[in-house]
Design a protein around this ligand. Structure first.
Ligand code: SAH
Ligand code: SF4
Length: 360
């Protein structure tokens, strides 16, 4: 007998087992074929993954114990890991997810009486560099893969318990610029809306962009796509240039042209998000220009009082100004809502939870 120390100790194993989380039916068919199983098993796994949203092989009661054991040995089933959650007084919960490479992103779960809304991240960090945004200050680390995007939904619905009949709204308003990662965002959209899978309604999914016109044009070409929201945030090129660098590539006129050309379904409207920064974007003049911009295509306006974060140098508007702007826009026939930032007491603004944690 040789002693254990006479042989070299094992090295860190490179993970080669495929991750089943996020696999579509075709990939599952190939997987079960390799295990010598019939295609029917792939459909059962698909059903378990996306309709039951099971996250451990033990839960797949439709499969035999021996097949579960073989799947366990040959594959991984790993959605993004929930590593931190903070509940807010208003019912929202802010979650931090750790990806396999240690990257952290965040998502928010917001329950309402008639639905639940989940705010999702599309990238680790963001390349767009908006000066008021905590994520913008981090810079870009990488794109999220489709399963890491869809996985935020699976994980949050699982953590909060979710009745199948309760509608789910998704907004891509967490970290990242979704049009800068359109391929993976649309692959996640396909997974999430697959009628044989999670079957979420495409009409309840909204993609928010800072105004990447090339991406808006690409999105317009998809026959099935999420709804579009634009973060307008300023009403003159001089101010928009200052707070959103993307405006130097596509200014307000280029944006308006892209939105006018965007093919809308009957009744569909483009949401214009408008962050109110005191003394920068919240004048009554801004309100009038915002109304003029919004009238160029079917739209609705969502005013977002700035959610302060350390070192931003911006402040939220007064309550009185919010009301004045609402009245001004409504008087011009626009549909207007105010987003009272949920989870503000738990660092609810985009990118703030993750910024407090060291990046892996
Ligand atoms: N990158 C995309 C989606 C993520 S940001 C986009 O910019 O649209 C989602 C929304 O949060 C945007 O409308 C953005 O303008 C807004 N936002 C970012 N930081 C904010 C803050 N500190 N307070 C209020 N809104 C903020
Ligand atoms: Fe990126 Fe949106 Fe933040 Fe701008 S506002 S830096 S586009 S996440």
């Amino acid at each position: 007998m040789t002693a254990a120390w006479d042989r070299p100790a094992p090295e860190l194993a490179a993970e080669t087992r495929p991750n089943v989380a996020g696999m579509g039916l075709e990939a599952l068919r190939a997987l079960v074929a390799e295990l010598g199983e019939s295609a029917f098993r792939a459909a059962q796994i698909h059903h378990g993954l996306y309709q039951q949203r099971w996250t451990r092989w033990e839960q797949f009661s439709s499969l035999s114990v021996s097949l579960r054991a073989r799947l366990q040995a040959a594959t991984r089933l790993q959605w993004p890991e929930l590593c931190d959650s903070i509940g807010s007084q208003d019912g929202a919960t802010k979650h931090a997810f750790r990806m396999e490479d240690g990257s952290l992103v965040e998502g928010v779960h917001m329950p309402y009486s008639d639905r639940v809304t989940l705010c999702l991240s599309s990238q680790v960090g963001c390349a767009m560099g908006c000066t008021f945004c905590a994520t913008g200050l981090m810079g870009i680390k990488r794109n999220l893969a489709a399963f890491e995007i869809a996985g935020q939904v699976v994980t949050m619905l699982g953590a909060h318990g979710h009745a199948e009949t309760e509608p789910v709204n998704l907004v891509f308003m967490g970290m990242g610029e979704p049009l800068h990662n359109l391929d993976q965002v649309m692959a996640a959209f396909a997974l999430l809306t697959d009628p044989k899978g999670m079957a979420l309604s495409p009409r309840r999914i909204t993609l928010s962009t800072s105004g990447l016109v090339s991406g808006i044009q690409r999105l317009a070409a998809y026959p099935r796509r999420p709804r579009l929201a634009l973060s307008l945030n300023a009403t003159t090129d001089a101010y928009r240039d200052r707070i959103m660098p993307v405006n130097k590539a596509w200014n307000l006129a280029a944006l308006a042209a892209a939105l006018k050309a965007f093919p809308l379904e009957r009744g569909e409207r483009i949401t214009l998000e408008y962050v109110l920064l005191q003394g920068v974007t919240d004048s009554l003049e801004d309100g009038r220009r915002l109304a003029t911009f919004a009238k160029q295509f079917p739209s609705k306006v969502n005013l977002i009082p700035f959610n302060p974060h350390e070192g931003s140098g911006f402040a939220p508007p007064s309550e009185q100004r919010i009301e004045e702007l609402c009245a001004l826009l409504a008087a011009r026939g626009l549909t207007v809502s105010v987003r009272r930032s949920r989870g503000q007491d738990v660092a609810g603004a985009c990118g703030q939870l993750v910024r407090r944690k060291p990046q892996g």
